[in-house]
Design a protein around this ligand. Structure first.
Ligand code: NAD
Length: 497
């Protein structure tokens, strides 16, 4: 596998990552750049176009000019072109996975699995070109047909985070384009090369110039102008609740459609009748894989008192054996940047001062192998007050808190006592408890006897409460985000009216 240490990363992407504007690679208009670091070792790996409002506005203007011709193609033809993009991504899956691994510090194997997920999403969405269904309805008037058709919105503004970068790109670009929109994608500042290589693949596959534009840069400099631009008809944002709230307010002011896919503080309940071995396996995966940087990771482990001590000791013991690093046989990588690491460390420290007990972890890894990277030790905490900042705030890292409850209704109450409502999981052998939980937990996704993460490309994903604003992406439901419905009435015998 090509790694940075081999000095071969120069072949994976240019040393200065440009924007993709109307089919051309363009530096920021100002010529400014910022540095991107490898989270696994803290070394600079490239410099990135630091785009600002002028770059974003240019991208939107060219996207707007390109959109009518794209929308004129039949949805089936658009699907064929997007199929070619997905096949192009598949053909370069190993190269893309190397880029994802280098930019995020995750292992090549998990980057490859993520890339394959992006391909699957692309193929599914390309097929939607043959199924861009409206609805044929009955009419109350004789000799009249009533139906709905889907229409493109115009320019889609797409804003993504860095945690699963190639999946995040695919999750937004394919559904936006199949519906006949053009798009401006604001890449995550921590994963610029992944967005760049997707732009290159789309271009090579024959996507018409200007249909997909990729703008690099920081959120407030390159992303905010996209949200404010009156020519952007739909904004789809995945990221933190704090930023999503600001985006919702600005888009709301100009009545733009906005889909917000936000944070989570996801509960995983372990009942007294659970298969504890299976539950422990899924707790570790849900809390620590991808270094806990999943909107769907489990950060609140709610355990019945009858099995609490046994289960706690079991997961602490297993956590001790986890290996941190970027290799395929490591269990978790670094977090994405130094700032993120510091924010988590200080939150854990504040909670400790208020009486929370750190069972394991709670610190940065500073041994010679890890000290230059952004590594947080996998961390388990108990005794945190359910109303503590630690219990209520998403940390987006490998940190989980344990809560002791007496029974099912107490577990459900703690699970639901959160500002968030993204995913939730229960481990039980009782069908009754499983069904009760899936019905009553306040979440967009409910899982039985597995992990809190693992959504599939054809399924609608999203959260309730502060985890989103009600839209679901991807799945067929994503078509509702990226298209407008129009009612059409046809009188087939006007003389009869
Ligand atoms: P973030 O909100 O800081 O940034 C996300 C993106 O928004 C980045 O591209 C950033 O540049 C941009 N941005 C920041 N400020 C902006 C502004 N004012 N205007 C426009 N764009 C702006 O989030 P993050 O820390 O990079 O990512 C982690 C968050 O993403 C977590 O909260 C996680 O739960 C969430 N997430 C949610 C889902 C989901 O599907 N619900 C999936 C993955 C991640």
């Amino acid at each position: 596998m090509v790694r940075e240490e081999d000095g071969d990363d120069k072949k994976l992407f240019p040393p200065e990552i440009p924007n993709w504007i109307c089919g051309e690679e363009r530096p920021a208009i100002s010529g400014e750049l910022f540095e991107k670091f490898n989270p696994a070792n803290g070394r600079a790996i490239c410099r990135v176009a630091r785009s600002r409002a002028a770059d974003t506005e240019r991208a939107v203007r060219l996207a707007r000019e390109s959109q009518p011709a794209w929308a004129e193609l039949s949805p089936v033809r658009r699907g064929e072109i997007l199929h070619d993009v997905a096949v192009g991504l598949k053909a370069r899956r190993e190269e893309v996975a190397q880029i994802v691994a280098l930019e995020t510090g995750k292992s090549y194997q998990s980057a490859l699995a993520e890339t394959d997920g992006a391909v699957a999403l692309g193929l599914f969405m390309a097929g939607e070109g043959q199924r861009l269904y409206g609805r044929t309805a009955t009419s109350g008037v004789p000799n009249r047909y009533a139906m709905t058709i889907r229409q493109p919105i115009g320019v889609a503004g797409l804003i993504i985070p860095a945690n699963t970068p190639i999946a995040n790109v695919a999750w937004k670009v394919f559904p936006a384009l199949i519906c006949g929109n053009s798009a401006v994608l604001k890449a995550a500042e921590d994963t610029p090369a992944t967005a760049w290589v997707f732009g290159a693949i789309a271009h090579r596959a024959g996507l018409p110039a200007g249909v997909l534009n990729v703008v690099q840069g920081y959120g407030d400099e390159a992303g905010a102008p996209l949200v404010a631009n009156h020519d952007v008809g739909v904004i789809s944002f995945t990221g933190s609740t704090a930023v999503g709230r600001r985006i919702g307010a600005i888009a709301g002011e100009r009545l733009a459609k906005v889909s917000l896919e936000l944070g989570g503080k996801n509960p995983l309940v372990v009942c007294d009748d659970a298969d504890l071995d299976n539950a422990a396996r899924w707790v570790l995966l849900s809390a620590f894989s991808n270094a806990g940087q999943r909107c769907a990771s489990a950060s609140r482990i709610i355990v019945f008192a009858a099995v609490y001590d046994e289960f706690r000791d079991m997961i602490v013991e297993r956590t001790k054996r986890l290996r941190a690093g970027p290799k395929n046989d490591d269990d978790l990588g670094p977090v994405i940047n130094e700032e993120q690491l510091r924010a988590m460390l200080s939150c854990v420290e504040r909670a400790r001062q208020r009486g929370a007990v750190v069972l394991i972890g709670g610190h940065r890894l500073i041994d010679p192998e890890h000290r230059d990277g952004f590594y947080m030790a996998p961390t388990l905490i108990e005794n945190a007050d359910p109303n503590d900042e630690l219990s209520k705030t998403e940390l987006f890292g490998p940190i989980a808190c344990l809560y002791r409850v007496k029974d099912f209704s107490a577990a459900l109450a703690v699970a639901n006592d959160s500002p968030y409502g993204l995913t939730a999981c229960i481990h039980t052998r009782s069908l009754n408890r499983a069904i009760q939980f899936t019905q009553k937990v306040q979440a967009g996704v409910a899982v039985v006897n597995a992990g809190t993460y693992g959504s599939e490309p054809h399924m609608p994903f999203g959260g309730v409460k502060q985890s989103g604003n009600g839209w679901r992406e991807p799945g067929t439901e994503a078509l509702d985000v990226y298209s407008e419905l129009k009612d059409v009435y046809i009188s087939i015998d006007p003389d009869a009216l």
